[in-house]
Design a protein. Structure first.
Length: 342
Protein backbone atom coordinates (compact mmCIF):
# COMPACT_ATOMS: atom_id res chain seq x y z
CA UNK A 1 0.00 0.00 0.00
CA UNK A 2 1.29 3.47 -0.89
CA UNK A 3 1.93 5.77 2.06
CA UNK A 4 0.07 9.05 2.21
CA UNK A 5 2.50 12.01 2.16
CA UNK A 6 2.61 13.75 5.51
CA UNK A 7 3.32 17.39 6.28
CA UNK A 8 6.45 18.30 8.27
CA UNK A 9 4.39 18.95 11.40
CA UNK A 10 2.67 15.58 11.22
CA UNK A 11 6.05 13.92 10.76
CA UNK A 12 7.30 15.77 13.83
CA UNK A 13 4.44 14.22 15.80
CA UNK A 14 5.40 10.79 14.52
CA UNK A 15 8.92 11.32 15.87
CA UNK A 16 7.61 12.26 19.33
CA UNK A 17 9.19 9.94 21.91
CA UNK A 18 6.59 10.49 24.62
CA UNK A 19 3.31 9.53 22.92
CA UNK A 20 2.55 6.46 20.83
CA UNK A 21 1.07 7.48 17.47
CA UNK A 22 -0.63 5.49 14.75
CA UNK A 23 -1.78 7.13 11.51
CA UNK A 24 -4.69 5.08 10.20
CA UNK A 25 -6.66 5.19 6.95
CA UNK A 26 -10.25 4.07 6.72
CA UNK A 27 -10.37 1.52 3.90
CA UNK A 28 -13.32 -0.33 2.40
CA UNK A 29 -12.87 -3.43 4.55
CA UNK A 30 -11.03 -2.29 7.68
CA UNK A 31 -8.91 0.51 9.09
CA UNK A 32 -5.30 0.17 8.04
CA UNK A 33 -2.29 1.45 9.96
CA UNK A 34 -0.15 3.52 7.58
CA UNK A 35 2.48 5.13 9.83
CA UNK A 36 3.81 4.54 13.32
CA UNK A 37 6.39 6.17 15.56
CA UNK A 38 9.06 4.51 17.69
CA UNK A 39 7.04 4.95 20.91
CA UNK A 40 4.19 2.94 19.36
CA UNK A 41 6.62 0.13 18.56
CA UNK A 42 7.82 0.15 22.17
CA UNK A 43 4.31 0.22 23.62
CA UNK A 44 2.89 -2.59 21.48
CA UNK A 45 6.11 -4.60 21.44
CA UNK A 46 5.80 -4.92 17.65
CA UNK A 47 7.82 -3.61 14.71
CA UNK A 48 6.47 -0.93 12.39
CA UNK A 49 5.80 -3.56 9.69
CA UNK A 50 3.91 -5.77 12.15
CA UNK A 51 1.78 -2.83 13.26
CA UNK A 52 1.00 -1.91 9.65
CA UNK A 53 -0.04 -5.48 8.91
CA UNK A 54 -2.21 -5.76 12.02
CA UNK A 55 -5.93 -5.11 12.42
CA UNK A 56 -6.74 -1.98 14.39
CA UNK A 57 -9.47 -3.86 16.28
CA UNK A 58 -6.86 -6.36 17.45
CA UNK A 59 -4.34 -3.67 18.44
CA UNK A 60 -6.59 -1.35 20.45
CA UNK A 61 -9.39 -2.12 22.86
CA UNK A 62 -11.62 0.42 24.55
CA UNK A 63 -14.70 0.30 26.72
CA UNK A 64 -17.06 -0.34 23.82
CA UNK A 65 -18.09 -3.50 22.02
CA UNK A 66 -17.39 -1.91 18.64
CA UNK A 67 -13.68 -1.45 17.89
CA UNK A 68 -14.09 -0.06 14.38
CA UNK A 69 -12.40 3.12 13.23
CA UNK A 70 -15.78 4.77 12.79
CA UNK A 71 -16.56 4.07 16.43
CA UNK A 72 -13.11 5.22 17.53
CA UNK A 73 -13.38 8.48 15.58
CA UNK A 74 -16.90 9.25 16.79
CA UNK A 75 -15.90 8.47 20.39
CA UNK A 76 -12.41 9.93 20.66
CA UNK A 77 -12.39 12.87 18.22
CA UNK A 78 -11.42 15.98 20.23
CA UNK A 79 -11.77 14.09 23.54
CA UNK A 80 -9.83 11.45 25.49
CA UNK A 81 -11.34 8.02 26.08
CA UNK A 82 -10.15 5.10 28.17
CA UNK A 83 -8.93 1.97 26.48
CA UNK A 84 -6.23 -0.68 26.58
CA UNK A 85 -3.42 -2.16 24.53
CA UNK A 86 -2.91 -5.91 24.38
CA UNK A 87 0.75 -6.98 24.68
CA UNK A 88 2.63 -10.21 25.24
CA UNK A 89 5.40 -10.62 27.82
CA UNK A 90 8.60 -12.66 27.44
CA UNK A 91 6.75 -15.84 28.45
CA UNK A 92 4.11 -15.32 25.78
CA UNK A 93 1.40 -14.35 28.27
CA UNK A 94 -1.02 -11.67 27.08
CA UNK A 95 -2.09 -8.75 29.24
CA UNK A 96 -3.91 -5.44 28.78
CA UNK A 97 -2.27 -2.09 29.58
CA UNK A 98 -4.71 0.77 30.40
CA UNK A 99 -4.23 3.72 28.06
CA UNK A 100 -5.86 7.02 27.09
CA UNK A 101 -6.83 7.34 23.41
CA UNK A 102 -7.59 10.44 21.35
CA UNK A 103 -7.98 11.02 17.62
CA UNK A 104 -7.33 13.94 15.25
CA UNK A 105 -7.99 14.06 11.51
CA UNK A 106 -4.96 14.59 9.27
CA UNK A 107 -4.24 14.89 5.57
CA UNK A 108 -7.87 14.67 4.46
CA UNK A 109 -11.08 13.23 5.81
CA UNK A 110 -10.15 9.54 5.56
CA UNK A 111 -6.92 9.58 7.58
CA UNK A 112 -6.63 9.95 11.35
CA UNK A 113 -3.85 10.31 13.88
CA UNK A 114 -4.45 8.11 16.92
CA UNK A 115 -2.62 9.23 20.08
CA UNK A 116 -2.15 6.51 22.73
CA UNK A 117 -0.90 7.50 26.19
CA UNK A 118 -0.05 5.18 29.06
CA UNK A 119 0.92 6.27 32.58
CA UNK A 120 4.63 6.55 31.74
CA UNK A 121 3.83 8.63 28.64
CA UNK A 122 1.64 10.91 30.74
CA UNK A 123 4.38 11.54 33.29
CA UNK A 124 6.92 12.31 30.57
CA UNK A 125 4.52 14.59 28.75
CA UNK A 126 3.62 16.51 31.91
CA UNK A 127 7.32 16.98 32.68
CA UNK A 128 7.93 18.21 29.15
CA UNK A 129 4.98 20.59 29.39
CA UNK A 130 6.25 22.06 32.67
CA UNK A 131 9.70 22.62 31.15
CA UNK A 132 8.15 24.22 28.07
CA UNK A 133 6.08 26.68 30.12
CA UNK A 134 9.09 27.45 32.31
CA UNK A 135 11.25 28.22 29.30
CA UNK A 136 8.69 30.10 27.22
CA UNK A 137 7.83 32.31 30.23
CA UNK A 138 11.50 33.29 30.50
CA UNK A 139 11.80 33.77 26.75
CA UNK A 140 8.83 36.16 26.65
CA UNK A 141 9.67 38.04 29.84
CA UNK A 142 13.29 38.82 28.91
CA UNK A 143 12.69 40.94 25.77
CA UNK A 144 9.58 42.51 27.28
CA UNK A 145 11.59 43.66 30.31
CA UNK A 146 14.20 45.23 28.03
CA UNK A 147 11.50 47.11 26.11
CA UNK A 148 9.87 48.38 29.32
CA UNK A 149 13.26 49.47 30.66
CA UNK A 150 14.10 51.33 27.44
CA UNK A 151 10.76 53.15 27.46
CA UNK A 152 11.24 54.10 31.13
CA UNK A 153 14.62 55.67 30.33
CA UNK A 154 13.12 57.60 27.43
CA UNK A 155 10.27 58.81 29.61
CA UNK A 156 12.69 60.08 32.23
CA UNK A 157 14.07 62.62 29.75
CA UNK A 158 17.56 62.34 31.26
CA UNK A 159 19.24 60.86 28.20
CA UNK A 160 21.24 62.99 25.81
CA UNK A 161 21.53 60.19 23.22
CA UNK A 162 18.55 57.94 22.69
CA UNK A 163 19.68 56.06 19.59
CA UNK A 164 21.13 53.07 21.47
CA UNK A 165 18.05 52.77 23.71
CA UNK A 166 15.74 52.83 20.69
CA UNK A 167 17.85 50.14 19.01
CA UNK A 168 17.58 47.90 22.09
CA UNK A 169 13.80 48.36 22.21
CA UNK A 170 13.46 47.70 18.49
CA UNK A 171 15.64 44.58 18.59
CA UNK A 172 13.73 43.11 21.52
CA UNK A 173 10.40 43.99 19.92
CA UNK A 174 11.42 41.96 16.87
CA UNK A 175 12.53 39.08 19.07
CA UNK A 176 9.22 39.14 20.95
CA UNK A 177 7.28 39.29 17.68
CA UNK A 178 9.13 36.23 16.36
CA UNK A 179 8.28 34.16 19.44
CA UNK A 180 4.63 35.23 19.52
CA UNK A 181 4.21 34.56 15.80
CA UNK A 182 5.77 31.13 16.26
CA UNK A 183 3.22 30.28 18.96
CA UNK A 184 0.25 31.65 16.99
CA UNK A 185 1.36 29.97 13.76
CA UNK A 186 1.21 26.43 15.17
CA UNK A 187 -2.51 25.97 14.49
CA UNK A 188 -2.22 27.46 11.01
CA UNK A 189 0.65 25.15 10.09
CA UNK A 190 -1.15 22.09 11.43
CA UNK A 191 -4.25 22.89 9.36
CA UNK A 192 -2.22 23.77 6.26
CA UNK A 193 -3.62 27.32 6.08
CA UNK A 194 -0.34 29.06 5.34
CA UNK A 195 -0.21 31.36 2.34
CA UNK A 196 2.87 33.12 1.01
CA UNK A 197 3.04 36.53 -0.60
CA UNK A 198 6.13 36.22 -2.75
CA UNK A 199 7.98 39.04 -4.41
CA UNK A 200 11.42 39.44 -5.95
CA UNK A 201 13.74 39.91 -2.99
CA UNK A 202 17.40 40.15 -2.10
CA UNK A 203 18.47 37.08 -0.11
CA UNK A 204 21.18 39.13 1.59
CA UNK A 205 18.60 41.57 2.98
CA UNK A 206 16.32 38.74 4.09
CA UNK A 207 19.13 37.04 6.01
CA UNK A 208 20.04 40.30 7.74
CA UNK A 209 16.36 40.70 8.71
CA UNK A 210 16.46 37.22 10.25
CA UNK A 211 19.66 38.05 12.16
CA UNK A 212 17.98 41.07 13.73
CA UNK A 213 15.32 38.70 15.08
CA UNK A 214 17.85 36.45 16.85
CA UNK A 215 20.59 38.96 17.74
CA UNK A 216 19.58 39.28 21.40
CA UNK A 217 19.19 35.51 21.83
CA UNK A 218 22.58 34.84 20.23
CA UNK A 219 24.22 37.47 22.41
CA UNK A 220 22.73 35.98 25.60
CA UNK A 221 23.89 32.53 24.49
CA UNK A 222 27.39 33.85 23.69
CA UNK A 223 27.20 32.70 20.08
CA UNK A 224 28.83 34.82 17.38
CA UNK A 225 27.04 35.05 14.03
CA UNK A 226 29.01 36.13 10.97
CA UNK A 227 27.34 36.66 7.60
CA UNK A 228 29.31 36.97 4.35
CA UNK A 229 26.64 37.32 1.69
CA UNK A 230 26.35 38.38 -1.92
CA UNK A 231 23.34 40.00 -3.59
CA UNK A 232 21.23 37.07 -4.81
CA UNK A 233 17.69 37.50 -6.10
CA UNK A 234 14.99 35.04 -5.05
CA UNK A 235 11.18 35.03 -4.98
CA UNK A 236 10.21 35.02 -1.31
CA UNK A 237 7.70 36.05 1.30
CA UNK A 238 9.63 38.85 2.98
CA UNK A 239 8.03 38.18 6.37
CA UNK A 240 7.82 34.38 6.47
CA UNK A 241 11.25 33.48 5.10
CA UNK A 242 13.29 35.65 7.52
CA UNK A 243 11.26 34.17 10.39
CA UNK A 244 12.01 30.65 9.11
CA UNK A 245 15.75 31.38 8.90
CA UNK A 246 15.66 32.92 12.38
CA UNK A 247 13.89 29.82 13.75
CA UNK A 248 16.55 27.65 12.14
CA UNK A 249 19.33 29.67 13.80
CA UNK A 250 17.54 29.53 17.15
CA UNK A 251 17.39 25.75 16.80
CA UNK A 252 21.16 25.56 16.21
CA UNK A 253 21.84 27.68 19.29
CA UNK A 254 19.32 25.93 21.51
CA UNK A 255 20.35 22.37 20.67
CA UNK A 256 24.14 22.72 20.64
CA UNK A 257 25.34 23.76 24.07
CA UNK A 258 28.98 24.15 22.93
CA UNK A 259 28.17 26.23 19.87
CA UNK A 260 30.49 29.25 19.61
CA UNK A 261 30.00 30.61 16.12
CA UNK A 262 27.67 30.40 13.14
CA UNK A 263 29.07 31.54 9.81
CA UNK A 264 26.56 32.13 7.03
CA UNK A 265 27.65 32.33 3.40
CA UNK A 266 25.75 32.28 0.12
CA UNK A 267 26.32 31.14 -3.43
CA UNK A 268 24.37 30.93 -6.69
CA UNK A 269 27.03 29.16 -8.77
CA UNK A 270 24.97 26.08 -9.64
CA UNK A 271 21.73 27.84 -10.53
CA UNK A 272 20.32 27.80 -6.99
CA UNK A 273 20.53 30.17 -4.06
CA UNK A 274 22.48 28.21 -1.45
CA UNK A 275 22.86 29.37 2.15
CA UNK A 276 25.57 27.53 4.06
CA UNK A 277 25.50 27.52 7.86
CA UNK A 278 28.92 26.53 9.26
CA UNK A 279 28.68 25.64 12.95
CA UNK A 280 31.79 25.93 15.11
CA UNK A 281 31.80 24.32 18.54
CA UNK A 282 34.28 24.31 21.41
CA UNK A 283 35.23 21.32 23.55
CA UNK A 284 33.74 23.01 26.60
CA UNK A 285 32.03 26.34 26.29
CA UNK A 286 31.90 28.75 29.22
CA UNK A 287 28.94 30.95 29.97
CA UNK A 288 25.99 28.70 29.02
CA UNK A 289 23.91 27.47 31.94
CA UNK A 290 23.72 23.69 31.56
CA UNK A 291 20.23 23.47 33.07
CA UNK A 292 19.12 26.23 30.70
CA UNK A 293 20.48 24.22 27.77
CA UNK A 294 18.59 21.13 28.90
CA UNK A 295 15.36 23.13 29.07
CA UNK A 296 15.92 24.23 25.48
CA UNK A 297 16.39 20.65 24.34
CA UNK A 298 13.14 19.62 26.01
CA UNK A 299 11.07 22.15 24.10
CA UNK A 300 9.21 20.46 21.21
CA UNK A 301 10.88 21.37 17.93
CA UNK A 302 7.77 22.91 16.40
CA UNK A 303 9.71 26.03 15.42
CA UNK A 304 12.08 23.91 13.35
CA UNK A 305 9.18 22.05 11.77
CA UNK A 306 7.44 25.30 10.89
CA UNK A 307 10.68 26.62 9.41
CA UNK A 308 10.92 23.47 7.30
CA UNK A 309 7.39 23.94 6.03
CA UNK A 310 7.99 27.58 5.06
CA UNK A 311 11.15 26.52 3.23
CA UNK A 312 9.20 23.76 1.46
CA UNK A 313 6.53 26.29 0.42
CA UNK A 314 9.37 28.27 -1.17
CA UNK A 315 10.32 25.08 -3.09
CA UNK A 316 13.48 24.91 -1.00
CA UNK A 317 15.18 22.19 1.04
CA UNK A 318 17.57 21.60 3.93
CA UNK A 319 20.67 19.39 3.64
CA UNK A 320 21.29 17.08 5.38
CA UNK A 321 17.54 16.58 5.93
CA UNK A 322 18.07 14.68 9.21
CA UNK A 323 20.55 17.06 10.87
CA UNK A 324 18.21 17.46 13.87
CA UNK A 325 18.20 13.71 14.48
CA UNK A 326 21.90 13.03 14.08
CA UNK A 327 22.93 16.00 16.22
CA UNK A 328 26.29 16.06 14.47
CA UNK A 329 27.89 17.71 11.48
CA UNK A 330 29.35 21.16 11.09
CA UNK A 331 27.41 22.32 8.02
CA UNK A 332 23.74 22.71 7.10
CA UNK A 333 22.66 23.94 3.67
CA UNK A 334 19.48 25.83 2.82
CA UNK A 335 18.74 25.68 -0.92
CA UNK A 336 16.21 27.99 -2.57
CA UNK A 337 15.34 28.58 -6.26
CA UNK A 338 16.60 31.74 -7.88
CA UNK A 339 14.15 34.39 -9.02
CA UNK A 340 12.99 34.11 -12.61
CA UNK A 341 11.38 37.55 -12.61
CA UNK A 342 12.99 40.54 -14.34
Amino acid sequence: MTDTPLSPLVRSLLDNKFVAILVVKNGQNQARVEHVNSRAEQLFGLSADQLKEGNLAELLHFDQSDNSLARLVSTAQDVIVRGSVKIEDAEGESRLIPVDISVASVEGQDSYCVFITDSKDRESFNFLKRQFYKRITHELRSPLSSIVGALALLKSGKLSKIESIVQIAERNSKRLTLMINSILDVEQFESGRIYLQKRRSNLKALVHDSLSLVAEFAEESKVEIEADLADIKIDADEERLPQAIAQLIRYFIGHRSNLEKIKISASDKDGWADLRFTLSESAKKEGRDSSDSEDLKLIPTLSLDMARQVIALHNGSLTPPDFDRTGSGSEVWLRLPLSHNG
